[in-house]
Design a protein around this ligand. Structure first.
Ligand SMILES: CC(C)(COP(=O)(O)OP(=O)(O)OC[C@H]1O[C@@H](n2cnc3c(N)ncnc32)[C@H](O)[C@@H]1OP(=O)(O)O)[C@@H](O)C(=O)NCCC(=O)NCCS
Length: 177
């Protein structure tokens, strides 16, 4: 199977929303309660991603990983820091979300998605990028550490009725000519 990485377009909203919900259900079943996972709604995510794509923010980027048959099997979104929580990262830019379906993990797609957003952010003058990840999510933490991320602050909050702890990761971006 060939996976193509490309910029998202408006018609991808539903595919991204489905991958978002399936990605959570597959990847978070060991960390989050069945109730929290059952409560996820594709329709809710469609609204969220429609708003995100309509945002007039050229420095933000949504990339999708598309399989041969057109299915969206993963995505990443990153851009400038937004909101109070993000400020705690202490970076100029942020990865808002990255998700792959189980069947396409460990094929280098996550690395390609991260590099795509890193390059885009560097071109826009950002020097550092951060993200929050569940502290128990060791596979993702190993991935970020392999890519050069450094662990930092922690924060706990109520996620759909369950207390969870997240840990911050920070990446330095290469200077662009
Ligand atoms: C985390 C995630 C994006 C990684 O993407 P991926 O395409 O599977 O990772 P890659 O194949 O690009 O891996 C690159 C390197 O990272 C490391 N890595 C990736 N997954 C790993 C894992 N599960 N355990 C240990 N190391 C891992 C390895 O060093 C790997 O290189 P290798 O395969 O040559 O050994 C993907 O697994 C995912 O979407 N997970 C579920 C959602 C999630 O947790 N998102 C993070 C939310 S903050």
């Amino acid at each position: 199977m060939t996976i193509r990485i490309r910029d998202a377009v408006e018609a991808d909203v539903e595919g991204v929303a489905k991958a978002h919900v399936q990605g959570w259900r597959e990847s978070y079943k060991d960390f989050l309660s069945p109730e929290a996972l059952a409560g996820l709604s594709v329709e809710e995510r469609v609204q969220l991603w429609r708003r995100a794509l309509a945002e007039p923010e050229p420095r933000a980027m949504l990339l999708v990983a598309e399989a041969d048959d057109g299915e969206i099997v993963g995505f990443i979104r990153g851009g400038p820091i937004r909101g109070k929580e993000s400020e705690l990262l202490g970076t100029e830019a942020e990865i808002y979300a990255i998700y792959l379906l189980d069947r396409v993990k460990r094929q280098g797609i996550g690395r390609r998605l991260m590099q795509g957003v890193f390059d885009h952010l560097a071109v826009h003058g950002f020097r550092s990028v951060g993200l929050w990840v569940l502290k128990d999510n060791l596979p993702a933490r190993c991935f970020y550490e392999t890519l050069g991320g450094r662990a930092g602050a922690e924060q706990s909050f109520d996620l759909r009725g369950q207390m969870v702890t997240e840990i911050a990761y920070r990446f330095e971006l290469a200077l662009q000519d």
